[in-house]
Ligand binder design. Sequence first.
Ligand code: DAT
Ligand code: MG
Length: 148
Amino acid sequence: MEQTFIMIKPDGVQRGLVGEIIARFEKKGFCLRGMKMASVDKSFAGKHYQDLSTKPFFNKLVDYIISGPVVAMVWEGKNVIATGRKIIGMTNPSDSAPGTIRGDFAIEMGRNIIHGSDSVESARKEIALWFPDGTVNWQSSLHGWIYE
Ligand code: DAT
Ligand code: MG
């Protein structure tokens, strides 16, 4: 089953949105396979956003991610990468539809409260970076009520 890396950014944590965000993925039917709170340093944040290292906003982005603790998670389920991105909304909260996390809770791109992997390849890399010791292997007893 597909897995994605989801991270509640420092503003999402500070604004008390951790429970709200987890609830959306949980109620959808996705399975939480790993979760930890962490404060990361510049070098780790740079690795996470390696693909964006040449962008003009890279330093600002890294400073934002290291500005406070984050909640890192691995969620599992059918099409969870693409569906997770839909649940999150567009990169710029101004373009995010109401009902999405960024559409409901964020206003600016540099305070968009949540990260989600954008491909199978980035999910694999991000999960390996954030959860080098692996995740928890379990299956919900509701599995048969969520998948046919
Ligand atoms: P996403 O987080 O939707 O996957 P991304 O991977 O392209 O978006 O960029 C990572 C983060 O960088 C994004 O959440 C907000 C910031 N960002 C992206 N594009 C930006 C831009 N043009 N100006 C300022 N910040 C930007
Ligand atoms: Mg991205």
